[in-house]
Design a protein around this ligand. Structure first.
Ligand code: DX5
Ligand code: ZN
Length: 232
């Protein structure tokens, strides 16, 4: 098993786990930010790559992923919100990504794209936007290590949690290839919503504003963890 794919089984072991989304962190002080997050005991970092086309916002690419790789040993969970991701997955792997997640809405052939990611040695994730039905990822699930259920419309931090998407978790679990896939929920996770998500079986909880809008990251993360509920 590749080193990077091993991070999937270690994340399963520590789940439910909170992954900070770096979208709202202080990019001028990354080293200090990572020290504070490592002190807070986070298990991995969530990196939001936006191309200004697939989503109406623009963040960063491989160069910043490579810079982050040099600053931390934590697994890098890279969320690609871009068109034509197949052109760049090898470069994101080379930059140090451990998990590379692509959107089913950004490809005509998700199984092939996930296989391409796996062939690099990275763990492969498939993401689904709030308005996209689970049936769209059914064919892709057997090729994925992780399924990301967006609980906000992709593109920005600080948005309101879209609770009905949680139904997708059980739908995914009931499909071939979904039985023990690692399940991630991304967007609007805070002390009011994390209990609902974990109760439905979410294993990785991506949180941005709920952490980076707080002074004390350790306190913010322990407050979130104190609201985690066991799956029904
Ligand atoms: C949105 C991103 C999320 C976002 C989460 O497209 O994929 O990771 O940064 O931020 P919050 O937790 O503030 O909704
Ligand atoms: Zn994200």
């Amino acid at each position: 098993m590749s080193l990077r794919r091993e991070c999937i089984s270690s994340l399963k072991e520590v789940s439910p786990a909170i992954l900070p989304s770096l979208l709202l962190c202080d990019f001028g002080n990354l080293e200090q930010e990572f020290e504070r997050l490592e002190e807070a005991g986070v298990s991995a970092l969530h990196l939001d790559v936006m191309d200004g086309v697939f989503v109406p916002n623009f963040t960063y690419g491989m160069t910043i992923v490579a810079a982050i790789r040099k600053l931390t040993e934590l697994p890098l969970d890279v969320h690609l919100m871009m068109v034509n991701p197949e052109k760049y997955v090898q470069q994101f792997y080379d930059a140090g990504s451990d998990i590379i997640t692509v959107h089913v809405e950004a490809t005509d052939d998700a199984p092939a794209l996930l296989k391409q990611i796996s062939d690099t040695g990275a763990a492969a994730g498939i993401a689904i936007n709030p308005d996209t039905p689970v049936s769209k990822i059914e064919a892709a699930l057997p090729f994925a290590d992780l399924a990301l259920v967006m609980s906000v419309h992709a593109g920005f931090g600080g948005q309101k949690f879209i609770e009905p998407v949680l139904e997708k978790i059980q739908q995914i679990r009931s499909l071939p290839g979904g039985e023990d896939i690692l399940l991630e929920v991304d967007g609007g996770i805070n002390v009011e919503t994390i209990g609902k998500a974990t109760e439905q079986g979410a294993q990785l909880l991506v949180a941005g504003s709920a952490i980076f809008n707080q002074e004390d990251y350790s306190l913010a993360i322990s407050d979130l963890m104190s609201k985690v509920k066991c799956p029904q």
